[in-house]
Design a protein around this ligand. Structure first.
Ligand SMILES: [Zn+2]
Length: 201
C-alpha cells in the first residue's frame, strides 16, 4: 500500500553535468579511496550580493556536516576529512549553473579533479540539504558510474518516486514540503557502493 502524500509535496530535481563520462571507464582505477577521502571545501568569488553573503555560512554548515554525511552515505564504510590540501577541491559557486565534477587527465591518467557546486538553480537558492546531496553526488562521480546500466555517469533506470537510497541518478530528486527543509537522497545504493569499492565483504 502506498502512503498518502500531502498534496503540497513537491519534487525538486537537481541536475548534474558530469564531465568525464565520455570514456567508458577510468583508464586507471582512481587512486583516491572512498574509504579515506579528504576534501578541500572553499567558496568562490562570484555571485550576487545576497549569495556572496550566504556562501561562508553554507560552507561552514556543509563543512561541519560533511564527515558525518559521508559516513552515513557509505553506511559507515567511508571516512571523510576536510583539509586544505585535500584529495579533491570542492568549490561553492554562488552563481546559477549545473554542478559538475571536472577531471583533467594526461596520458590516460587523471591529474586533477575539481567539483563546482552551484548554489543557485535557475532563480532558486539551494538549501543546505540539496547542496549536501549535490556534494555527495559529485564526489560519487570519482568512482561511479560506468558500464552496463549507466548513461553519462548516472543510472539509466532512476526510481520513479523519491528514495533516500541512491545518490547517482540524474536528475536527483528531493522531496520538498513547503515550510520544511527538503529531504534529499542521503545513502549510496548497494550497486553504487560496489562501484566505489565499498561493498561489504
Ligand atoms: Zn552527476
Amino acid at each position: 500500500m502506498k502512503p498518502v502524500l500531502l498534496t503540497l509535496v513537491l519534487i525538486v530535481a537537481s541536475s548534474c553535468g558530469f564531465i568525464g563520462s565520455l570514456r567508458p571507464g577510468p583508464t586507471i582505477a582512481p587512486l583516491i579511496s572512498a574509504a579515506f577521502l579528504s576534501v578541500h571545501l572553499f567558496t568562490g568569488e562570484s555571485g550576487d550580493a545576497q549569495e556572496k553573503a550566504r556562501l561562508p555560512e553554507l560552507r561552514d554548515e556543509i563543512a561541519s556536516a560533511l564527515p558525518n554525511a559521508w559516513a552515513t552515505a557509505t553506511v559507515g564504510r567511508g571516512q571523510l576529512s576536510l583539509r586544505t590540501d585535500g584529495d579533491i577541491d570542492v568549490e561553492l559557486d554562488g552563481t546559477n549553473g549545473t554542478s559538475v565534477l571536472m577531471q583533467h587527465s594526461l596520458g590516460g591518467k587523471v591529474t586533477s579533479r575539481t567539483i563546482a557546486v552551484h548554489t543557485i538553480d535557475g532563480s532558486r537558492r539551494l538549501t543546505v540539504p540539496e547542496l549536501m546531496a549535490t556534494v555527495l553526488h559529485e564526489l560519487g562521480h570519482i568512482w561511479c558510474c560506468y558500464g552496463p546500466g549507466t548513461k553519462d555517469g548516472h543510472w539509466s533506470d532512476p526510481p520513479a518516486d523519491f528514495s533516500s537510497v541512491g545518490l547517482m541518478n540524474s536528475p536527483m530528486t528531493c522531496r520538498v514540503t513547503p515550510g520544511k527543509d527538503p529531504i534529499c537522497p542521503s545513502v549510496f545504493s548497494d550497486r553504487e557502493l560496489a562501484e566505489m569499492r565499498l561493498s561489504g565483504r
